[in-house]
Design a protein around this ligand. Structure first.
Ligand SMILES: Nc1ncnc2c1ncn2[C@@H]1O[C@H](COP(=O)(O)OP(=O)(O)OP(=O)(O)O)[C@@H](O)[C@H]1O
Ligand SMILES: O=P(O)(O)OC[C@H]1O[C@H](OP(=O)(O)OP(=O)(O)O)[C@H](O)[C@@H]1O
Ligand SMILES: O=C(O)c1cccnc1
Length: 491
């Protein structure tokens, strides 16, 4: 698809924090550039006080890795960088090393549209330390935002209970790529369409829309505006009825609807964009039904989010279609997911993996060490628990104990042979070669819907969702505890 490439001509290798390059240089200088490492990308808390998160952005990461190359332009920029004393920041031999660098990592990742939870690896990167390091910033940039917006969209579409949700965010989104990525992630999260035509073209998302107040204001009267629109788009009439007076607007729409009917056409809908949406949607429904327009839909917009949508459903508002922009694409109530990328293991000179932990004053910030994967267990077709475990070639015990990483008294015993389970990380790159065949966006969107369907509704409610259990397999729990104690000089 090469979307990032199409948008930003040339290499994206410099789309990174400067410290990644200074570390890369210092790794190279100290002979550690090629030392094998494992890093994991994960987040620590579900966003929006949600009970779940929806993975998104992997497709962009694949593009990034496939195009991972410093081009001559990048290299001359880096080569010309100087330190305070006027000496070159980077040795020309290092610039040559970057010139010859080819991506050679193994990447395993959770597929887009998967339901995921805090602390579990979303992306696992294994490869030369220097390359693993350089991937940190761009991968976080991509995954943090798209995952956030896909989760917001999933929360909104769950509350819409099957009603179409039209994404209207372009004008309020964070810049050009923010808008495009948000449209893509919104579709993954369950939106039905986007108003962003370029997102439609690039990603194949259905494009839809109504018209603005300016259309009405451009005519002598609202009636004249509706009639002119009907003449231009007899098969796509959704009239915005609140420019002057919503009730009169609905009545005018009905009049033009009757003319459409007489020509064998249909009034598809009316849109209400202000005022009490419960009151006006119910009034509109009544008027439309009385006039025989029982199929005509009521579309609502105006600073909606999952909470207002849920409230409007509770108020029995007669809204069939929801237009949502600002609060969706800007992830309004939580503008960052906070996903991080941490080293989990490093190979020593004898070829043995050495697990690594980062110890912090805050226990939530202590990472999970070792080369690990995450397994999801299902009972009666519902997901019951996720287990992070060491993928060290050893067979898993028949009597697994899963331990909560922050409260070891919370445990679950599982016999993996007696219930359905699935590893969430799937191979994406092997030795730098892509081994994953990318699903179509439609397939990813369906995955979100089916994945969410396999979780109890207690995890999906807006208020105080039930916490889904995610724990460490016993031996990984002990490894982590021992490493933390050692790092704190207790053993
Ligand atoms: N019945 C309702 N219950 C809950 N929230 C509602 C209801 N109707 C509208 N809202 C929401 O209330 C917020 C503000 O609505 P308000 O009626 O003040 O907007 P408005 O008519 O556009 O007013 P203005 O733009 O002049 O401030 C919007 O986010 C809207 O979606
Ligand atoms: O409210 P959102 O969820 O962001 O949805 C998109 C908004 O964009 C349009 O408004 P417009 O830019 O015309 O401004 P106005 O309707 O607020 O005046 C539209 O009428 C929606 O209200
Ligand atoms: O098509 C619409 O109705 C639309 C598009 C963008 C923003 N607000 C509304």
């Amino acid at each position: 698809m090469k979307i990032t490439r199409d948008l930003y001509q040339g290499s994206l290798a410099l789309l990174t924090d400067f410290y990644q390059l200074t570390m890369a240089y210092a790794y190279w200088k100290s002979g550690k550039a090629e030392q094998e490492a494992v890093f994991n990308l994960f987040f620590r808390k579900n966003p929006f006080q949600s009970g779940f998160t929806i993975a998104a952005g992997l497709d962009y990461v694949i593009d990034y890795c496939r195009n991972f190359k410093f081009d001559e332009n990048d290299l001359s920029y880096l080569g010309a960088m100087e330190q305070a004393d006027g000496t070159p920041t980077f040795d020309p031999a290092f610039i040559q090393y970057l010139r010859e660098l080819t991506f050679s990592c193994d990447i395993d990742a959770v597929e887009e549209g998967s339901v995921i939870f805090p602390n579990t690896p979303m992306i696992r990167v294994k490869g030369p330390l220097l390359q693993c390091q350089l991937l940190e910033t761009p991968m976080l940039n991509i995954i943090n935002f798209q995952t956030l917006v896909a989760t917001k969209a999933a929360r909104i579409t769950l509350e819409a209970k099957g009603d179409p949700v039209l994404e209207f965010g372009l004008r309020r989104a964070q810049g050009i790529d923010g808008a495009l990525a948000a449209s893509r992630a919104s579709y993954i999260g369950g939106c039905s369409s986007t108003s962003n035509v370029m997102a439609g073209k690039l990603f194949g998302i259905p494009v839809s829309g109504t018209h603005a107040h300016s259309w009405i204001m451009a005519f002598e009267s609202e009636m004249a505006a509706f009639e002119a629109y009907a003449a231009a788009f007899p098969d796509n009439c959704i009239f915005l009825v609140d420019t002057y007076d919503t009730i009169k607007g609905v009545k005018n729409a009905i009049k033009v609807g009757n003319a459409l009917k007489a020509n064998g056409k249909k009034l598809l809908g009316v849109r209400i964009d202000s005022g009490d949406l419960a009151y006006y949607s119910n009034m509109a429904r009544e008027l439309l039904d009385e006039a025989g327009f029982t199929d005509t839909k009521v579309v609502a917009s105006n600073d909606l989010d999952e909470h207002i949508l849920s409230s409007l459903k509770m108020q029995e508002a007669s809204i069939d279609i929801w237009g949502i922009g600002t609060k969706l694409v800007t992830a309004y109530d939580q503008p960052a997911l906070g996903a991080v990328y941490k080293m989990a293991a490093l190979k020593d000179e004898n070829g043995n993996w050495v697990p690594k932990v980062k110890v912090s004053q805050q226990s939530i910030k202590i990472n999970i060490p070792g080369y690990h994967n995450v397994k999801r267990f299902y009972k009666n077709d519902k997901a019951i628990s996720d287990m992070i475990y060491l993928e060290d070639g050893k067979e898993l015990s028949k009597e697994l104990t899963i331990i909560d990483p922050y409260d070891p008294t919370k445990r679950k015993k599982i016999n993996p042979d007696s219930i359905e389970s699935k590893d969430l990380l799937v191979p994406i790159f092997k030795n730098g070669q892509k081994v994953y065949s990318r699903p179509k966006l439609e397939e990813i969107r369906n995955r979100t819907l089916t994945n969410l369907g396999r979780f109890d509704k207690a995890h999906k409610r807006l208020i105080n969702p039930h916490i889904y259990p995610v724990g460490l397999e016993e031996s990984l729990y002990h490894l982590r505890t021992d490493l933390v104690l050692k790092a704190k000089n207790y053993s």
